[in-house]
Design a protein around this ligand. Structure first.
Ligand code: FAD
Length: 393
């Protein structure tokens, strides 16, 4: 008989884990609290390391066909007035595969691709459903669901994001931590000649521009925001416009066009630093529920997909669940911590509001930016080698 996994949360981590485990021979049930497939939109980047994981799941070609590829991996940095600062190039190779270095894609499109693949597999999906109680034993877990069902399974995955209910039930002491940053995002029509990934820098502020489809691009701006700040949704467009008004050059046309009808999102950025191991009995946390990161490296989604791929490999038909879960934490905690640490450092340096200190940071960036990109991806690849080969460093 097939082993049974109950996955709570159908975000990136949950959908990808459902695909990976169904392919690894498990019976999969997925519960999602939203009543319809309806995902916060704007865009997301996927770099080559994330695309390698999508490739392993068999969904990469559909992602690439849907999003916007930066084929030369070029990341253009500009000063706030639009003058050139520097360029870096992201790698187009990972785990031995030649891949698109940077893909921009609408989040809703990413989920459309994932849900289309879910539908081809024999996966039971319950929308508008959550978990209310969990009992875990060494060899099984039992969940009481909000639709009244009681489900016994061989494994329960908490893939329910930064405010995870599964984590709250079993690890109530672990709380998200505010990073000090807010992120403002907006979606715009893409002029045909805007084909670069652009990062613009000003003291205490960063503003990025990224194509996400043949028709659209998105702006994403980071700025220190006070803890607990709350802004009425109707004001988001005007607030985004005023926060980033210093940016000229290619950003000006998009900031100028913001109005109350614009698609704008504000997010107060939090991190989750869950101590290991990430499982208790047969309950495991994956994705943001276990390791939400600040967004400065654009890697949280890729880490969630890699959790799924690694889990699928470890839980292949013959593996013992206990040893697979032990191994999962041993492999994934160092990689996710590394991403969280680097991302936090990048955020802190970008938050420097003093113009003199900001100028020093830019001088240092000119000298070291490419090396930092290369080192970051080389380190991710080393972690990835461990997951593939089973070495532990
Ligand atoms: C501003 C910002 C920009 C980012 N940009 C990037 C980027 O460019 N590239 C990148 O790789 N990453 C990026 N990230 C990180 C990325 O968005 C996350 O790491 C990723 O979405 C995590 O996926 P997840 O499935 O773990 O969580 P989520 O995407 O949060 O999904 C969780 C799912 O669980 C559901 N759920 C929640 N609670 C329950 C419950 N109690 N019961 C049932 N279901 C539940 C939710 O409705 C949701 O569908 C960014 C993050 C932020 C904040």
């Amino acid at each position: 008989m097939k082993r049974h996994v109950l996955i709570v949360g159908a975000g990136i981590a949950g959908c990808c884990a459902a695909i990976a485990l169904a392919r690894a021979g498990w019976a999969v049930s997925l519960v999602e609290k939203q009543t319809a497939w309806q995902f916060q939109s704007s865009g997301i980047f996927v770099y080559s390391n994330g695309l390698a994981q999508f490739k392993a799941l068999g969904v990469m070609d559909d992602m690439v066909a849907t999003g916007f590829s930066i084929d030369d991996g070029r990341n253009v940095y500009l000063n706030a007035d639009g003058s050139p600062l520097l360029e870096t190039f992201y790698p187009g190779r990972f785990e031995g595969h030649r891949l698109v270095p940077i893909l921009g894609i609408r989040r809703a499109d990413m989920h459309r691709v994932l849900s289309a693949h879910l539908q081809q597999l024999d996966i039971e999906i319950a929308l508008g459903c959550t978990v209310e109680r969990i009992e875990h034993a060494p060899d099984s877990a039992r969940a009481l669901l909000s639709d009244g069902r009681e489900v016994r399974c061989d494994l329960l995955l908490g893939a329910d994001g930064i405010r995870s209910q599964v984590r709250k039930l079993l690890w109530p002491q672990v709380q998200p931590r505010y990073s000090g940053f807010g992120v403002w995002r907006s979606v715009h029509h893409r002029p045909p000649d805007l084909v670069d990934k652009i990062m613009m820098m000003a003291p205490g502020l960063r503003l990025g521009i990224m194509p996400i489809s043949s028709q659209q691009l998105y702006l994403f701006g980071t700025v220190p925001e006070p803890e607990g700040a709350w802004y009425a949704r109707d004001d988001w467009a005007a607030l985004m416009q005023s926060r980033f008004s210093v940016f000229q050059g290619p950003a000006a046309q998009f900031l100028d066009s913001l109005n109350p009808q614009s698609e704008v999102l504000y997010t107060a950025v939090e991190e989750v630093l869950m101590p290991g191991p990430w499982h208790l009995g047969r309950v495991l946390l994956i994705g943001d529920a276990a390791h939400a990161s600040t967004p400065f490296m654009g890697q949280g989604g890729a880490m969630a997909v890699q959790d799924a791929v690694v889990l699928g490999r470890l839980l292949g038909a013959e593996a013992s669940v206990e040893s697979a879960l032990e191994r999962f934490s041993a492999l994934r905690i160092p990689a996710c911590r590394f991403v969280q640490d680097v991302s936090r450092q990048v955020g802190v340096s970008g938050a420097q509001t003093d113009p003199g200190e900001h100028a020093k940071i830019l001088t240092a960036m000119r000298a070291t930016a490419q090396q930092r990109v290369d080192d970051f991806y080389a380190q991710l690849e080393r972690f990835s080698d461990h997951t593939t080969t089973g070495k532990t460093s």
